[in-house]
Design a protein around this ligand. Structure first.
Ligand code: SF4
Ligand code: SF4
Ligand code: SF4
Length: 269
């Protein structure tokens, strides 16, 4: 279990704890304010800051430790994510009372592409997304929110995984969980923050990928699929096989999907 489970899980995995989706969290005035400005605050400012920080990172080879610590602390308090494998993301979506699909803010910021990959989930009658300002996407403030059934959402998410999406959940002022995302690693602010300046604004999945060496033929497909550089090829008894570093693995499950011999499984971290 991760730090979030200890703090927000009440004995469960934190994202399976119903109180983290509860309506009483939505009545918090600070959270309501945060949601109203969420898109410009997190994505517009976030990508600009990433560019500036990358310049520092390149010059010095790393970020100052206090800056890195402050960034992670702020992310954990406000908008923190976790990678989930597809079976767990679908379980969350199926249990939700309302699901609203909206465009992905990262893809929009990077390439002005409107791809509807984000799902606002609510488990009670009150919904968080009504206050969100859609003018970020060049729309009217309440335009572009599309209600979908859980079956539709699951089909869409399965389709996105075929295209290489990484599934994540996000807090809207922790511990309230509002969004289920299907991220494109090249566009996602969080994955880019991790890869470009080595700051982690999302948690690894509760699962880690493991290779059954007896089933691996060393094709290397899993290695090319992994966006976290967690897989390397090693030689054992003259045969090339894949090895996964559990500390680098985020548990997204994309390597498992790519493996044609079913040599990869996800096991509890
Ligand atoms: S976190 Fe993922 S799905 Fe959500 S806005 Fe960013 S890339 Fe899009
Ligand atoms: S994709 Fe499967 S068979 Fe190929 S190297 Fe990876 S684990 Fe081995
Ligand atoms: S090793 Fe597999 S499960 Fe782990 S991060 Fe890489 S692709 Fe995802």
């Amino acid at each position: 279990m991760c730090e979030f489970c200890t703090k927000h899980g009440e004995g469960k995995i934190w994202y399976k704890n119903a109180s983290n989706y509860a309506n009483d969290l939505l009545s918090d005035i600070n959270r309501q304010r945060y949601i109203k400005d969420f898109l410009s605050l997190v994505f517009e400012d976030g990508f600009q800051a990433l560019g500036r920080l990358e310049t520092i990172f390149r010059k010095k080879g790393r970020l100052p430790k206090n800056l890195k610590t402050a960034m992670i602390k702020k992310a954990k308090e406000e908008h923190f994510g976790q990678v989930l494998p597809i079976e767990e993301i679908c379980e969350l979506v199926i249990k939700a009372e309302t699901i609203v699909r909206m465009p992905c803010a990262c893809r929009w910021k990077i390439g002005k592409k409107e791809e509807r990959c984000c799902y606002a989930v609510s488990y009670g009658p009150d919904t968080w997304y009504e206050e969100i300002d859609m003018r970020y996407f060049g729309k009217a403030s309440d335009e572009g929110l599309e209600s979908v059934s859980s079956d539709e959402a699951v089909k869409q998410i399965e389709h996105m995984e075929e295209d290489g999406a990484i599934h994540t959940i996000w807090t809207m002022m922790t511990p309230f969980i509002g969004a289920v995302c299907n991220c494109s690693p090249d566009d996602c602010l969080s994955i880019q923050t991790l890869n470009r300046i080595h700051v982690e604004t999302m948690e690894r999945a509760e699962y880690v990928a493991r290779v059954d060496e007896t089933m691996c033929d060393g094709c290397g497909l899993c290695d090319t699929t992994c966006h976290f550089r967690a897989i390397e090829s090693i030689t054992r008894s003259g045969q090339s096989i894949a090895r996964i570093d559990p500390h680098k693995c985020f548990g997204c499950g994309l390597c498992r999907k790519a493996c044609s011999t079913d040599a990869i499984s996800l096991v509890l971290r």
